[in-house]
Design a protein around this ligand. Sequence first.
Ligand SMILES: [Zn+2]
Length: 376
Amino acid sequence: MFGRKIHLFTIFGFDVGIDFTWILLAVLITWSLAKGLFPVWFANYSTATYWWMGVAGAIGLFLSIVFHEFWHSIVARHYGLPMKGITLFVFGGVAEMEEEPQNAKTELLMAIAGPLSSIVLGIIFLAVYALGATARWPEPVGGVVFYLGWLNLVLAVFNLLPAFPLDGGRVLRSILWFAKGDLRWATRIASAIGSGVGIFLIVLGLLSFIGGSFITGIWYFLIGMFIRGAALMSYRQVLIRNALSGETIAHFMQTNPVTVPPSASIRELVDDYIYKYHYKMFPVAADGVLEGCITSTEVKNIPREQWGSLRVQDVLVPCSVNTTISPDTDAMKALALMNKTGRSRLMVVEGDQLVGVITLKDMLKFLNLKIDLEET
Ligand SMILES: [Zn+2]
């Protein structure tokens, strides 16, 4: 969502990873705990103790969020939604869905599963803390457990804010969706409320900051920015889904794509195709039959002095499932494939025949037009 993802581990088939932004936040969380919260809650320990408590608290926070997202994912998978994995960033995680839930009931159950699991986990931590207190555990250990108990309850309450795409906003959206049967309308209302809550938190953060509560202010501000951004983006995604649903790529593709003959030399490929059309990948075809793909990466690996003697057919690679697509494919699927592979051009193939090329630019043009004409 924001960029590079680091894979950590796999649990029950779900890939758990963190976004790069989470590393910064882990530092900020540890610092907030070691310098802010723990010294206030439990006085008179050494600086080193507070730092250990901070690190333990940050790891506990991480695992608590994974637990929360894990239950979203379990329910989603139960209802047949393919799940990619769990990625943590900013204040929380995202259970990465490839598709939206098919109906309001599925969305409601998926959305509520996370906060419920956090409430249960929070109560378990608080119970363990009570047991530890009677067993006279060292106060810093009990302190971290106590913190994690409250943290999970706060996590549940925060996620239940009716601000789409937070869980509470999803609950709200599913109710609106159920009531009127219109997903787009439900999303618009829910994300407008989400955006409003985001702005409220941003203002609250700025006021706290001016008032001298720096750490609280920064948190409110960051969370507000996150909620607002996510609300706007989620609505956009629904618009895109709506605009593209039912459209096949045959609709957008260019039917006379530029193809490179297998007999062309590398020199000709570079001068007459790559430098002329500025694409990174070209289909290689003879009489409409797709023989393979050639990309600038292959060309880069060939020593210059061989450009004149080597032919495209000597170095072409077979087109893969990542570079080809059939004309009756759903446009959303094509967009997802481009997103996944980072390629903005795909070869449209029927059997062994190259029938066209589909580009991200053409799809976006269509999207803008359709949203402009129909969705506002
Ligand atoms: Zn959640």
